[in-house]
Write a protein that binds this ligand. Sequence first.
Ligand code: ZN
Length: 187
Amino acid sequence: MSVDLEKIQQAVRMILEAVGENPDREGLLDTPKRVAKMYAEVFEGMRIDEEEYFSTIFSEEHEEMVLVKDIPFFSMCEHHLVPFFGKAHVAYIPQGGRVVGLSKLARAVEAVARRPQLQERITATVADAIMKKLEPHGVVVVIEAEHMCMAMRGVKKPGAVTVTSAVRGIFANDSAARAEVFSLIKD
Ligand code: ZN
């Protein structure tokens, strides 16, 4: 399904009116159009299947850990529709030569983040997609993010960082493997 730009524009006009603004004043005239375009962009992930990124598999006899750190991402909290953003770290141990291009890990994070989201769900969705498509020995996804809904409203704690992790496969059972990946992420 494609984005209904017209409907977003109407909604933005209504919000501006509802907060007491005049949507027809000069500075706001093109705002509904700009906001509609922005939403289409920041919610682009609605129309992407993250599992597609894991269908190109290179046969590589590598069964040691692969870690891509500090993948920047931007998302929108589904409770307030304000941004949260930070870094994702994705690690996995391939099995049977099933390895993907490193950029695909970053692209999957981006696709999953560009939806109305919860940080916990991004973390689990990326980990589960890798487990399902690559059947690796294990996966760890860690996300650190700052939430604008905690910074600019409500509890008003700018700078607070929320950390979530999803641990799958061997990392769930092997504490040495888990300690190794977490220390590499922290470095
Ligand atoms: Zn929120």
